[in-house]
Design a protein. Sequence first.
Length: 326
Amino acid sequence: MPSGRFALCTEVSPQCPVQATTLGYAPNLGANVFFAVVFGLCTLVTFVVGVSRKTWTFAFAVTAGFAMETIGYIGRIILHYNAWSSNGFKIQIVCLILAPTLICAGIYLTLKHIALAVGPHLSRLNPRLYTWLFIPFDVFCLVLQGVGGGVDASAETHPDLLKTGNNIIIAGIVLQVAILSIFGLLSLDFFWKASRYHGGSQDGEVTGKKSEQARVWREKKFRIFVGSVSLAYFGILIRCIYRIAEMAGGWGNPVMQNEGLFIALEGVMVLYPAVLLSTFSPGIFFPQMSKLRSDYEKETAAALNEQSSSGSLREADTGVQAGKAQ
């Protein structure tokens, strides 16, 4: 952040040039208005669909993330008109750093419900543990980055505090990348097993619970949903790696002052996941995610009863045939 003779700058002037700001440029108006509008639309769509389709937890996490992205880009629009705006800088740095963590929480939720729908036994973890493990870690990352952003926002011209806040933010993002990587490996393992388990199944070959799981696995909407979540995952992961590189050089480093990199690796890498997650909403493309725990238990019990009944009928039929043969 500005220090020395620029510490008291509040607006652009010959004595306070744009190049002396932390970003080193006045954010492009068109690009940031575009990001703000699209994120705002994604916020509205995700909230409406989430409420109407009862995907409450997913909708809450992702909508909050999209809303923070919208506010963050409004902060950058403020910086376009006044590159020295302290409020604009604080808004954009806090919101844009924290928002993807909330989007990650929504992505973590999907694997639990996917595993429950297509084969809980195929997951290395009990599906219900995904939310108990990944969400708390995600919240911890959110807290770390929030604390770091708060320290930076209040530090103003204190170099030591700025460095401390920056290091806290980096620690939060590094941990987030590590958690995302572990989640990605578990997801890859699960989908590989599921493809082998359901790959050879045809309609009529299996009954009961496995039949329902195979049906979900082969649904076109389900595959579209899984593809969109997978693409969203990679976008957020790339963005987090970029943020580590951006923050590692300290405030005002060449990476941070490269607006083209920011638009491509921060803006686009979060925007396209937002568009995918709001367009291919689980409420529409993966309705199993909106069902309550009791629904899963009822369906599982019904499937097991069906399977048991089928087995009993086959045994009875075999007994009758044996009696006739005698």
